[in-house]
Design a protein around this ligand. Structure first.
Ligand SMILES: Cc1ncc(COP(=O)(O)O)c(C=O)c1O
Length: 402
């Protein structure tokens, strides 16, 4: 008896988290560097939104695609912040986080055997959702020396008759690289030339340091007109999340933006038959979040930058680890020199990550993010600053042991 879910992994990061929680239960201190969950509380405005929604009876069934009040706010946000103009809010679909957005979108876009070009490494679940929709992820290797750039020339080499879409994620999880305008435009032109869908996951749009975030859909609207723009507006599917921008990971709100009518019909059907609309209270909270003054986002970003610098400084001194200085997101991806395995008495990054977990230090081994990145390890710095400060010392001691 086989099922397509049998081809989907359990997720190493979840297993590491469980190990850490067990370690914590023994009374040992743990450093939660394994996963990207913002440490911040939601803003007072968001809490007020939740309270008001609950108190005013906003607790009944709602439209499958999202409440109109939220979709209207999102349309304004997309236009003013991202530069994406939409004919109406009907092109926005509210989902249970970006994870669910990816699930829904791949289910609606792919037919069995369709190929999707993806960066390697890549956040596991984005790729698992392609498999779940019976698509085939085709990796483009990102390398350290080239700043983990997702390169249009390399993407082009992977295009076959079966390619349906190019998946883009910038800022990128796990490397923290951010694609600049020039690279994004090259990818956009390539997708247009080849008539491919462009699926863009912009979950970290607000977590950028010295770089600038560009939305692919906005670049298309800036650079193309007439029939070309019509085609691109249809072929670009954008995915956003409230989890990272507003520290609302547990409230589970994300959204898909698409102007492809067939995909839109399918999304409506899938939303109806699966979740029947995202939690109404969370949607009212999301309305308040989008209206949050930019200063709130800036203060979180400032703190992330402090953590990044602390962690980078600590990691740089460890022989055999080559950390990449991220321009966005909240992860540090380190290439591992195999001499490090020998020095630490481990076989590979997997074992290294397990040993770290035994010491209460979270991490994610490279091969949880793809097939060509096993000699790497990711550390997340979304946990509180004191934890980063202490944890980086613990990491230094761990690596100094041998
Ligand atoms: C690249 C990327 N996309 C999407 C998500 C999912 O975010 P959400 O919490 O909105 O489901 C994550 C979560 O880590 C992510 O790293």
């Amino acid at each position: 008896m086989s099922n397509k879910l049998d081809r989907v992994s359990f997720g190493k990061i979840v297993q590491i988290r469980e190990r850490l929680l067990k370690t914590q239960a023994t009374g040992k201190k743990v450093y939660r560097f394994e996963s990207g969950d913002p440490s911040f509380s939601v803003s007072e405005q968001v809490i007020q939104g939740i309270r008001t929604a609950a108190e005013t009876g906003k607790t009944h069934y709602i439209p499958n695609d999202g409440i109109p009040e939220l979709k209207n706010e999102l349309r304004k946000k997309l236009e003013t912040k991202n530069g994406i103009k939409l004919p109406s809010a009907d092109y926005i679909y509210v989902t249970n986080g970006a994870m669910h957005a990816l699930y829904v979108m791949w289910q609606c876009l792919l037919e069995a055997g369709d190929e999707v070009i993806v960066p390697d490494p890549m956040w596991t679940e984005a790729v698992e959702n392609i498999r779940l929709a019976e698509g085939t992820p085709v990796p483009v290797i990102l390398n350290h020396e080239k700043g983990y750039t997702y390169d249009a020339t390399e993407i082009e080499k992977k295009i076959t008759a079966k390619t349906k879409a190019i998946f883009v994620n910038s800022p990128h999880n796990p490397t923290g690289s951010v694609l600049d305008r020039e690279n994004l435009v090259k990818i956009l032109k390539l997708a247009h030339l080849k008539g491919l869908y462009l699926v863009t996951d912009e979950a970290y749009e607000d977590v950028v340091y010295d770089a600038k975030h560009y939305s692919l859909a906005a670049l298309a609207q800036e650079l193309y007109q007439g029939k070309d723009l019509e085609e691109l507006n249809r072929k670009i599917i954008s995915i956003f999340s409230f989890s990272k921008s507003y520290a609302m990971s547990g409230l589970r709100v994300g959204y898909i933006v698409t102007q492809d009518d067939l995909i839109r019909e399918r999304i409506s059907k899938l939303l109806r038959c699966t979740i029947n609309g995202v939690n109404s209270v969370a949607q009212w909270a999301a309305i308040e979040a989008v209206k949050t003054p930019a200063a709130h986002l800036e203060s979180m970003k400032k703190e992330y930058r402090t953590r990044r610098d602390l962690m980078l400084e600590g990691l740089k001194g460890i022989p055999g680890l080559h950390p990449y200085a991220p321009e966005g997101a909240f992860y540090i991806w380190c290439k591992i020199d195999p001499t490090l395995y020998k020095r630490m008495g481990v076989k590979n990054a997997d074992e290294l990550s397990s040993r770290l977990a035994e010491q209460g230090i979270g991490s994610a081994p490279g091969d949880s993010f793809g097939v060509h990145c096993e000699d790497a390890i990711r550390f997340a710095y979304s946990c509180a600053t004191p934890m980063v400060q202490e944890g980086i010392k613990a990491l230094g001691q761990f690596f100094a042991q041998k």
